[in-house]
Design a protein around this ligand. Structure first.
Ligand SMILES: C[S@@+](CC[C@H](N)C(=O)[O-])C[C@H]1O[C@@H](n2cnc3c(N)ncnc32)[C@H](O)[C@@H]1O
Length: 345
């Protein structure tokens, strides 16, 4: 049987996580504390309790290379940030979505407003904290790299000889300061080979993650998230809120049978995210075939982008009507992709 193009769980994401394959990326667009959808909290005060069980699940099923993209308001993100850090997610950066002045045009009363009008949302980018449990206990990766070299009894500058560099190994890979770099797989293999050949006798091989053998370049590189740079893209993303053909219109008829009526002119979901942003995230940190989790699907924008770009999305949506529209979008994306594949080159 052919592998499905996506998994859609029509219900609470908490019931789905355990059945999904491990995520390469989690794209979260859940509660904002602004009553944005049925089930959103009425203020940021409720956000920690709302997110806690989800963050626990993401942390349980993530791999060391999983990244998390957390969409929210500025204060919503600030509220949940300590929970993410305490759960082993390391902050990388925040992206600001600047929706432009058109977003508030005609909606601001200059006589009564007492702050600047808000035209932004944020998306905070996190990576899984990587700590190594070695012979001397659990350590952050930077500390472990230096610790292993010192455990071998070799002086630090011989690491440069091991890596075939003038001073980059001591300056970048074994340093204690903030100029530290994550060594590429090839370099960790060189450090390991040298330490194991020239270092003091030890019952635990140097640079081993399992106490049996030194880590290989391939295994080491798989511990780190992907990054594909696009020239000119910064952490401020300017785009007006969705309108035009991408904005899904329509409502579900409330009476049974509940069917989707696409001719209605109202927006199907107030929080629909631009596909362009979702493609940007996926292209930066994933490869075709990678598993994408979208726990709070809405109209499943991240998952539609994932299907379009050959990734494998696992999406949940608790609201029956939104899930129905999401399923249609996902099927359309799959047909579009199938057609593209059938077209002669
Ligand atoms: C902010 S919207 C997501 C919009 C989406 N990014 C899009 O582009 O359409 C959040 C969605 O999460 C859904 N939701 C809330 N709690 C959920 C849960 N526990 N499991 C699955 N879906 C949930 C809501 O029904 C809502 O549609």
């Amino acid at each position: 049987m052919d592998k499905p193009a996506y998994l859609l769980h029509r219900g609470d994401a908490l019931a789905a996580y355990g059945s999904w394959p491990a995520p390469v990326v989690v794209i979260s667009d859940g509660a904002y504390g602004v009553r944005g959808f049925h089930g959103d909290t009425t203020g940021v005060g409720g956000l920690l309790d709302w997110y806690r069980p989800h963050v626990e699940a993401w942390s349980r099923y993530a791999t060391p290379a999983t990244t998390l993209w957390f969409w929210n308001t500025e204060v919503g993100w600030a509220t949940v940030h300590p929970l993410l850090v305490a759960s082993g997610w390391d902050y990388i950066q925040v992206i600001t979505w600047d929706k432009g002045v058109a977003h508030i045009a005609g909606n601001v009363n200059g006589k009564t407003i007492r702050r600047f009008p808000v035209v932004s949302e944020v998306c905070a980018f996190y990576q899984r904290r990587f700590e190594v449990r070695g012979v001397d206990g659990l350590m952050p990766v930077q500390q472990w790299l230096r610790h292993e070299w010192q455990r071998s009894g070799l002086c630090l500058n011989r690491a440069n000889e091991a890596c075939g560099v003038r001073n980059a190994a001591t300056r970048k890979y074994l340093t204690r300061d903030w100029l530290w770099y994550w060594p590429p797989g090839e370099m960790i293999e060189r450090l390991a080979a040298y330490a194991n050949e020239h270092g003091a006798e030890s019952g635990w091989p140097y640079y081993s993650l399992d106490g049996q053998a030194p880590v290989t370049a391939k295994d080491w590189d798989a511990l780190r998230h992907n990054w594909r740079h696009t020239h000119g893209v910064t952490n401020v993303w300017q785009l007006a809120p969705l309108h035009g053909v991408e904005r899904i219109k329509g409502t579900m008829k409330r009476a049974a049978p509940r069917v989707y009526n696409p001719s209605s002119l109202s927006s199907a979901h107030l929080n629909q995210k631009p596909l362009r942003f979702m493609h940007r995230i996926l292209s930066a940190v994933t490869d075709p075939g990678d598993v994408v989790w979208e726990p709070f699907g809405g109209l499943a924008s991240a998952s539609v982008a994932a299907v379009e770009s050959g990734r494998f999305p696992c999406v949940a949506e608790i609201d029956h009507d939104f899930a129905e529209i999401a399923a249609q979008r996902l099927d359309d994306a799959r047909s579009g992709r199938d057609q593209e594949a059938d077209e002669p080159a």
